[in-house]
Design a protein around this ligand. Structure first.
Ligand code: SF4
Ligand code: SF4
Length: 412
């Protein structure tokens, strides 16, 4: 940061806190270099921008680029980001170690480290303790600040109860190995309510909330349940993958005409900043430019104004109109044979809207990045998914269409 920027940021920080309907966003933070906006959680100042370690930078061979990751973590810390979110399964099981490596040189008390119990992988009760100890070792730490039961849906919730996950995690809390306990949720509002009612000591919840899922996937209902239970909300998928950073040309034009300097992604974060009770927003930042853009957005983070909200609504409506398949990627349509319906539709929509700018080549490479066993041609047309889709999509027919088009483009 040059001197002029430093003075500017210091002046802005000195302007104090912005009160947003019960949630205090404080500019600055405790460290002199802390620039991103923070929010209060118990006695902590948590950065509103959380460093998600699900999409870490990789080398050409596909391995985590540790050197770049360390530089990005350093930059994040310098900018005041103090929330780092990993998980046992991220990056093929390599994310926790990579984050441990990147964070070990910093004072442990100066950042919050989060990971999650992969309940979907449990086969017996002993797995819980074994995995937890492995996580401490991978992350090179004695404790986790925030710890989540990972990805609760109907099946994973059953596993959580069956393998006594909560009693074990309570014990870890007592031993000081976990400071705050919560869960991430990927199912219906009804199940969310059931999980909240089951254990009255949850301290936060992680939800997929973003402008696209707000109505379509009952995001608003889930958010309201969490708020009613007075649980602070960690936002995951604020950009719904990268969809909200890559709106189609017409939607992007609306936003750029209004504010040429604001990135498309910044609108999505600022829309979320208008919600009360947000603990942090996780962003998986693969490239340094993603991190820089996010730091810019979260430095003195402000919610969208009424006028900006109207502009954003207009852009989103234009974007959705040109979407080839009206899939919101809510993933309620779990397929018994493992077809990755949401990813297939997402790849197809990106191709049709050409949000990647890579045309047919991009379509082929992104489609082929999916495992063969998860592709459209594996659909056996049982129709189960159709009964679960809130958008009432004729999923088997659409999969057939995508498969046909892929084969045409590929020339096979
Ligand atoms: S119709 Fe196809 S995609 Fe849908 S659940 Fe059955 S096999 Fe899976
Ligand atoms: S196909 Fe329907 S249920 Fe499946 S992810 Fe898309 S919108 Fe959700």
């Amino acid at each position: 940061m040059n001197r002029r920027e430093f003075i500017k940021n210091s002046l802005l920080a000195a302007s104090g806190a912005v009160l947003l309907s019960g949630c205090t966003f404080k500019t600055g933070g405790t460290a002199p270099s802390a620039l991103v906006t923070t929010t209060k959680f118990k006695n902590l100042d948590v950065s509103m921008l959380g460093f998600g370690a699900m999409r870490l930078p990789t080398t050409a061979s596909g391995a985590i680029d540790d050197s770049l990751n360390k530089k990005m973590v350093q930059r994040a810390i310098n900018a005041g980001i103090n929330y780092f979110d990993t998980a046992y399964m991220y990056m093929g099981g390599k994310s926790e170690k990579a984050m441990g490596d990147a964070l070990k040189k910093f004072d442990r008390a100066s950042f919050n480290l989060t990971t999650k119990m992969p309940v979907m992988m449990l086969e017996k009760e002993e797995d819980v303790e074994r995995i937890f100890n492995e996580q401490l070792e991978r992350c090179q730490t004695d404790y986790f600040d925030f710890y989540l039961v990972h990805c609760l849906n109907k099946h994973n919730w059953e596993n959580t109860k069956k393998y006594n996950v909560i009693p074990f995690l309570k014990k870890m809390k007592k031993e000081g190995k976990i400071k705050y306990l919560g869960f991430s949720h990927h199912d219906t509002p009804e199940l969310l309510q059931e999980i909240i009612d089951y254990y009255d000591k949850w301290e936060f919840v992680q939800l997929q909330i973003n402008r696209l899922d707000w109505k379509a996937c009952r995001g608003k209902e889930q958010y309201e349940i969490a708020r009613k239970a007075q649980l602070p909300v960690i936002i995951m998928e604020p950009l719904r993958g990268s969809a909200l950073a890559n709106l189609n040309e017409a939607a992007t034009k609306i936003l750029k005409d209004y504010n040429p300097d604001a990135s498309v992604a910044s609108w999505a974060f600022r829309w979320l900043a208008g919600l009360d009770g947000i603990l942090t927003m996780l962003s998986g930042m693969t490239l340094p430019e993603h991190l820089e853009d996010n730091i810019k957005t979260f430095t003195n983070l402000t919610p969208l104004s009424k006028e900006e909200n109207e502009v954003y609504d207009r852009a989103i409506a234009v974007h959705l109109k040109t979407q080839a398949i009206g899939c919101t990627t809510c993933r309620y349509c779990e397929c018994p044979v493992g077809v990755d319906i949401a990813s297939i539709f997402s790849v197809y929509n990106q191709y049709k809207q050409d949000t990647t700018g890579m045309g047919k080549t991009g379509f082929i490479s992104h489609y082929e990045a999916l495992k063969e066993s998860e592709r459209a041609d594996k659909c056996i047309k049982c129709g189960l998914c159709k009964t679960k889709c809130p958008q009432q999509l004729d999923i088997p027919a659409l999969l057939e269409k995508v498969d046909k088009e892929y084969k045409q483009v590929k020339g096979v």
